[in-house]
Design a binder for this molecule. Structure first.
Ligand code: ATP
Ligand code: MG
Length: 414
């Protein structure tokens, strides 16, 4: 009965998993808002062309990883493998060219047919920010700063470093490309089959290869940095200076690339050594040529996406939880009163756990299990006096509180 297992690479997010992931997502939404990003959500699936045209025929995602199918109407549909393409499509569909700059935050599940392992899933989640319509380095600085701020707020900044590079403008890349192709052609015999294909269409992407032979060749390859024109060099210097100004540390990695033609200038990745081989937690870059590639008017853009599962693993159980007030009734009359008290407190905004059955010991155990911040104990004695015993679960101190003062007494636990 294989169907009683989730599909390989997918997971049930039980409350403990979801708590950490919500923390990551909600923190990201809140920090992004501080930087002026507003949340939007593109659909989970799009016409296949949306991804095919933007991600390019040679990317890993398009060649190996997309969940693509024909729907009942015969359209080729793909479950989104990332957010940027869908957001760019939404930008055009909604005529937002008139309202630039546009700053979007998005979150949700994405799908890639990959070999599942720790930190690599087939359904995973991303948080994503994009700025559309800003050609200058301020956008690059802001987009990277919001990422750095998120990692700081999640408490993982010390375990992460920012690697950054520039891909220059089209002119710089053109000059460089010729030199690179010449070099690679001379070393053809050592390249993998995948990379031989990329050599024609997309030679920069070979820097991204995980193949041993490719890596050896690329270690000696000429670097784009040496071919930058003045504009590209100044642009990169401005980005680096701006990041220094806002206190973001950078490590220049001249081999970091995004291999598609519509990428330009800034490329970056926040990486960690704490997650084994799945070290990239947040990655992005400038994609000034993307809108044209999709058939729209030229429009600069820059953004990043972060893996929620990878960040949640780094956060571990440090995600804050809301501790409830536990109501612990003993005996039938008290149970009835407890229900009424719980209702009043809940209407008041308290987070209340109500033990359903069992003796006092069993119910107190439940109060511990739900990590209650305070317990309200109600037995026959208490009922007779119209009071409750309130136990502070941190200090263990108990106080007898008249039922009429209960809300006031509990205020500090809200
Ligand atoms: P990798 O090199 O690990 O395959 P990528 O370059 O494919 O990453 P991007 O497309 O830049 O990743 O996606 C942004 C982020 O999404 C990554 O930095 C990572 O944190 C996360 N991510 C990518 N693929 C997966 C996956 N299969 N499972 C979980 N998280 C992922
Ligand atoms: Mg990948």
């Amino acid at each position: 009965m294989a169907y009683l297992q989730p599909v390989r690479g997918t997971h049930d997010l039980l409350p403990d998993d979801l708590r950490a992931q919500r923390f990551v997502q909600d923190t990201a939404a809140a920090i992004a808002l501080r930087y002026g990003f507003e949340e939007m959500t593109p659909p989970v699936f799009e016409f296949t062309d949306v991804f095919q045209r933007t991600l390019g025929d040679t990317s890993d995602i398009v060649t190996k990883e997309m969940y693509t199918f024909d729907d009942r109407g015969g359209d080729s549909i793909t479950l989104r493998p990332e957010f940027t393409a869908g957001i760019a499509r939404a930008f055009m569909s909604n005529g937002l060219q008139q309202s630039v700059p546009v700053k979007f935050f998005a979150r949700g599940p994405v799908f890639r047919y990959e070999r599942p392992q720790k930190g690599r899933l087939r359904q995973f989640h991303q948080v994503d920010v994009e700025i559309l319509g800003v050609p200058g380095p301020q956008a690059d600085i802001e987009v990277i700063a919001v990422g750095a701020h998120l990692l700081l707020e999640l408490g993982v900044a010390d375990d992460v470093t920012l690697e950054i590079n520039t891909l220059g403008d089209t002119e710089s890349r053109q000059t460089y490309r010729e030199t690179l192709v010449e070099y690679l052609t001379a070393h053809k015999s050592k390249l993998s089959e995948d990379s031989l294909k990329r050599l024609e269409k997309n030679p920069l992407r070979i820097f991204d290869s995980k193949n041993e032979g490719d890596r050896e060749v690329m270690a000696e390859a000429p670097l784009l940095q040496e071919y930058l024109n003045d504009h590209s060099r100044t642009f990169f210097d401005d980005v680096l200076q701006g990041l220094a100004d806002v206190g973001v540390e950078t490590n220049i990695n001249p081999q970091l690339v995004r291999g598609l033609d519509y990428y330009s200038h800034t490329a970056f990745e926040f990486v960690t050594t704490t997650l084994g081989s799945q070290g990239a937690v947040l990655a992005g870059g400038r994609y000034d040529g993307l809108m044209e590639q999709m058939g729209g008017r030229a429009m600069p853009g820059i953004g990043w996406a972060a893996g929620v599962e990878r960040l949640a693993m780094m956060v571990g159980d440090a995600a804050p939880t809301k501790r409830p007030v536990a109501i612990v009734p003993v005996g039938a009359p008290a149970a009835r009163e407890a229900m009424k008290i719980a209702q009043t407190l809940r209407e008041d905004g308290y987070h209340v756990d109500l033990g359903y059955s069992g003796n006092m010991g069993k119910r107190m155990k439940r109060a511990d299990k739900v990590n209650a911040i305070a317990s309200v104990i109600l037995g026959d004695d208490e009922l007779a006096k119209n009071v409750a015993t309130v136990r502070d679960m941190l200090s263990g101190e108990q106080a007898e509180v008249p039922l009429s003062d209960l809300r006031e007494h509990l205020a500090k636990y809200r």
